[in-house]
Design a protein around this ligand. Structure first.
Ligand SMILES: CC(C)(COP(=O)(O)OP(=O)(O)OC[C@H]1O[C@@H](n2cnc3c(N)ncnc32)[C@H](O)[C@@H]1OP(=O)(O)O)[C@@H](O)C(=O)NCCC(=O)NCCS
Length: 180
């Protein structure tokens, strides 16, 4: 497996690997109730291979538990643009039976360390459906600020859904904003 990109007390961050296919697809099957209606992760070998194929401008990452290496969650830093923007769009989902144990919170901290460190980004944005309270709580607890709202912004599960835009910049990391 690839080396860890960042390590915390309970979990570490590493790139998604083609060899994760069987474990990843098993976790997706087991997590269907958790993921719907918010996320539709790859559920077939072909869609997993498409996800795992490396592409410039996209970092596909997994959070693994330190004690046994099991995958507990997934994060993507997508559409990475440098130049005057240095921005990425963040996507994520936890896996059952590991959701609700604080692994995603710790994992998000590692993702941000990687994004603002090795990847030299300036800003990370997560777009979240307003009803997705668990997801909003996760980014808010990591210091993201709500920046805006777009009607029918992303097509999820076959329908165009409204989304809130939550963002964090490197300056927010240096001087954390107090959540409202
Ligand atoms: C949103 C999502 C990723 C959150 O994952 P999670 O595993 O619940 O997140 P975490 O456990 O790391 O953190 C959140 C909770 O764990 C709790 N927690 C933190 N540290 C903990 C610890 N050491 N032990 C136990 N619980 C802990 C937090 O208090 C928080 O609880 P709360 O929900 O009561 O506020 C998950 O719900 C999910 O996959 N949802 C479906 C997909 C999705 O919505 N993706 C995002 C689309 S925008």
């Amino acid at each position: 497996m690839p080396d860890a990109l960042a390590r915390g007390p309970r979990v570490h961050l590493r790139p998604l690997d083609p060899d994760d296919e069987a474990e990843f697809l098993r976790l997706v099957r087991r997590s269907r109730t958790l993921h719907r209606p918010w996320s539709h992760p790859p559920a077939t070998p072909d869609s997993f291979r498409e996800l795992a194929a490396s592409r410039p401008g996209d970092a596909r990452l997994v959070i693994c538990r330190n004690e046994d290496g099991v995958i507990v969650g997934y994060f993507a830093l997508g559409q990475i643009v440098y130049g005057h923007f240095r921005n990425a769009y963040l996507g994520y989902y936890a896996f059952e039976p590991y959701a609700g144990h604080g692994y995603m919170r710790e994992g998000l901290e590692l993702v941000l360390r990687h994004a603002f460190g090795a990847l030299k980004l300036h800003r990370v944005q997560a777009s979240i459906q307003p009803e997705n309270e668990r997801s909003i709580a996760l980014v808010r607890s990591a210091g993201f600020r709500k920046e805006g709202f777009s009607l029918r912004y992303l097509k999820i599960g076959g329908r165009w859904r409204d989304h809130e835009h939550w963002a964090i910049t490197i300056e927010d990391r240096r001087a954390p904003h107090q959540p409202a």
